[in-house]
Design a protein around this ligand. Structure first.
Ligand code: FAD
Length: 671
């Protein structure tokens, strides 16, 4: 490995943390790093196109099942995704609202231009964050083997925020305008180096990216954008094992060309619920929802459309062998995949989702496709209500390089190159929320490394974010990794409603949560404790309210009305009924799940014991007697950093874990 540290930058180009990529992972990483570094910290956010920072590449929606829980976790840790979704939401809906609280998922259909503008506005508030336009093509590594900077080819330059655009967006005057559009310097005529104490790499779908529509193939990670080639080769030459994945997006159609009123409406909740506990105060107009609410529509594919797809399968890049990547998202498949895999189905739902209040683009959720344009048009026009549809953008598939995630620890730091962190789609995941949650932890840990502090992890019993990282480092994903509630063994604890209880105090101790957010959390907890007291003391027909609340037919509105006066007497601050009702709901859920949680606690304690035992870097499974061949192979590949991680690697038996545990104990004694 060559020593690049000599090749370092001038003092103005020296940063605590450099974040590469301004997608969902990069935006959260930059914010988390800036917050954790505190005053005097410097973060560079380098992005191919700063005006597209926070861009939603595909579906204009945030949250959903399990994903909504992750947005709430990001919010509890002071992140921006929930705030941006609240500011730009045009339809809010809690999915699974008729099911148990553990599997409910808040979701918002967003105006994608307003979302992007809001992400940029929120980032622009951090003085510590400096934005660069450029495409990083090399990670610099010092004599100690740790990452120490990045190289930008000629043309890179610093970009500032357009405050007039921020004002216009806040007034709602025009189409939500990008913020990072002001060039602060001329593009550099030679390559430029940014030195850093830690680096977060979040390349999304852009590494050596190719887009396919039928036989036509173009370089680029997203329509109208380029591809990042150099970084792929740079990672390979540093010894990383790369893979190739693919994903796809549906056509966009002009709303005026759709017989909108003939289609079934898909409505949002009549009382929208914000993702962020900070939203009502934080929005420019100080109200929620900020934007006008709209509805979506629903239609469905037909047997004729399926026949058309089957006839043209050989022209779909996935089936013609044109795409090199082997796997795409099983849970978000293209319409051609659905027709092949579910051959007996003669209809699939298609949701028509507005992409913006300011344009007439409609996203056809359910018909992601890379079939040629001459097939996409009759396919779309075969849908009821879309007989005269005008396609504005054809669907396409994109394939891109990623880094197999067994090469990172659950802190997001790579095992091969200290101080280099990876987050988002580059780790083989799919989805904005997965990317955002990884970015947040990676940015935090990069800042901690830059300040000489230990990296931190989130446990499987603390957050979905912890579940995701643990899954990524203990098993190789066979398809883009997406979060589901079923992945979390402690999902009764990891609810959307209690994310603040799980994470706010931790977040504050790491510098991620500011004083105002912490104070609001503490106030909520005081109110919740007062509600628990009131419900334990008050009785109805001889039964305590808290016991009545456990019944399946308990009436939330009635309970809230009973509790409100007691809360007002106990706590001097006046609270809105919606606030009280949400806390009563939380208390009721806690009470209902109490029994299960007690049962889970023993398993959680065991898991925590294992997770607290570190495996030293000197661990070499090949030198250990008593391990089976498969265990040696898997432990050598995954290089687990804790006994807990080792125990969860596929192919590792309890007996193997005992052998490793004995070695760790012996090594600790002899140290
Ligand atoms: C066509 C398409 C369809 C998709 N379909 C789905 C879907 O159906 N379901 C789903 O869950 N997800 C889908 N996604 C994925 C979703 O967009 C991502 O999961 C999410 O955006 C990942 O966030 P990220 O931050 O990792 O990367 P991205 O949002 O892709 O952002 C990457 C950022 O890195 C920048 N960048 C990359 N390389 C460099 C470099 N070398 N130097 C400087 N900047 C760089 C880019 O400019 C960009 O700002 C799709 C994406 C695309 C493009």
């Amino acid at each position: 490995m060559q020593d690049s540290s000599a090749n370092l930058a001038s003092a103005t180009d020296r940063f605590d943390v450099v974040v590469i990529g301004g997608g969902h992972a990069g935006a959260e990483a930059a914010r988390a790093a800036a917050a954790a570094l505190g005053s005097g910290g410097r973060v560079a956010l380098v992005s191919m196109e700063p005006a597209r920072i926070g861009q939603m590449s595909c579906n204009p929606a945030i949250g959903g099942l399990a994903k909504g829980q992750m947005v709430r976790e990001i919010d509890a840790l002071g992140g921006i995704m929930g705030l941006a979704a609240d500011a730009s939401g045009i339809q809010f809906k809690v999915l699974n609202s008729s099911k148990g609280p553990a599997v409910r998922g808040p979701r918002a259909q967003c105006d994608k231009y307003a979302y992007r503008a809001e992400v940029q506005r929120l980032l622009a508030r951090f003085e510590a964050i400096e934005v660069f336009a450029g495409t990083v093509d090399e990670i610099l590594v010092g004599a100690d083997g740790a990452a120490c900077g990045v190289r930008l080819p000629p043309g890179a330059h610093r970009v500032g925020a357009d405050h007039a655009a921020i004002d216009r967006n806040a007034r709602g005057d025009a189409i939500a305008q990008p913020v990072f559009t002001i060039a602060l310097e001329a593009p550099s005529s030679s390559a430029r180096t940014l030195a850093a104490n830690a680096i977060v790499l979040t390349t999304g779908t852009f590494m050596r990216a190719l887009m396919h529509t039928g036989q036509s193939t173009n370089e680029g990670g997203r329509i109208g954008e380029g591809s990042a080639r150099g970084i792929s080769f740079a990672l390979k030459s540093l010894g990383f094992e790369l893979g190739r994945l693919k994903t796809g997006t549906p056509p966009r159609v002009a709303r005026a060309s759709i017989d909108w009123d003939a289609l079934e409406p898909a409505l949002g909740d009549s009382v929208p619920v914000a993702f962020s506990d900070r939203s009502p105060q934080d929005l420019p107009a100080a109200r929620f929802p900020h934007l006008a609410q709209t509805d979506c529509r629903e239609t469905a594919t037909t047997p004729e459309i399926h026949a058309l797809i089957r006839e043209n399968l050989a022209r779909a890049p996935m089936y013609s062998g044109q795409i090199e990547a082997e796997c795409g998202p099983r849970y978000c498949p293209s319409i051609e995949d659905k027709v092949v895999r579910f051959a007996s189905r003669d209809a699939h739902h298609v949701f028509l989702e507005p992409e913006s209040l300011f344009t007439d683009e409609i996203y056809l959720n359910g018909v992601s496709t890379s079939l040629p344009a001459d097939v996409q048009l009759p396919l779309v026009r075969g849908l009821r209500g879309l007989e005269h549809a005008q396609i504005q953008k054809f669907g396409y598939a994109v394939e891109y390089d990623m880094v197999w995630p067994h090469q990172i620890d659950s802190t997001a730091e790579t095992k091969r190159i200290p101080r280099l962190f990876l987050a988002g789609q580059i780790n083989g995941t799919s989805g904005y929320e997965e990317a955002g949650a990884q970015g947040l932890l990676a940015g935090l840990n990069a800042a901690r490394r830059a300040r000489g502090l230990e990296c931190v992890r989130l446990g499987r019993d603390t957050a979905y974010t912890g579940v995701m990282f643990d899954d990524l480092v203990t098993r190789t994903p066979r398809e883009p990794y997406r979060m589901f509630t079923s992945r979390a063994e402690h999902r009764l604890l990891l609810r959307a409603d209690n994310a603040d209880e799980r994470l706010a105090v931790l977040g504050a101790s790491w510098g991620l949560v500011d004083a105002a957010q912490l104070a609001a959390f503490e106030e909520r907890m005081r109110a919740k404790a007062a509600i628990v007291r009131a419900m334990s003391e008050m009785r109805e027909g001889g039964m305590r309210l808290i016991d009545l609340a456990k019944r399946p037919d308990a009436d939330l509105a009635w309970l809230t009305a009973r509790v409100e006066p007691a809360l007002a007497a106990a706590i001097p601050v006046a609270h809105a009924t919606a606030f009280v009702s949400s806390l009563v709901d939380r208390v009721v859920t806690d009470a209902r799940y109490e029994g299960y949680v007690v049962l889970q606690n023993a398993a959680i304690r065991r898991q925590r014991d294992y997770d607290s035992v570190s495996i030293p870097d000197s661990f070499d499974p090949r030198a250990l007697l008593g391990l089976r061949g498969e265990a040696v192979e898997m432990l050598a590949r995954f290089k687990p950093r804790t006994l807990g991680q080792a125990s969860r690697i596929a192919g590792i038996s309890p007996a193997d874990v005992t052998v490793v545990a004995m070695w760790v104990r012996r090594t600790a004694r002899s140290a």
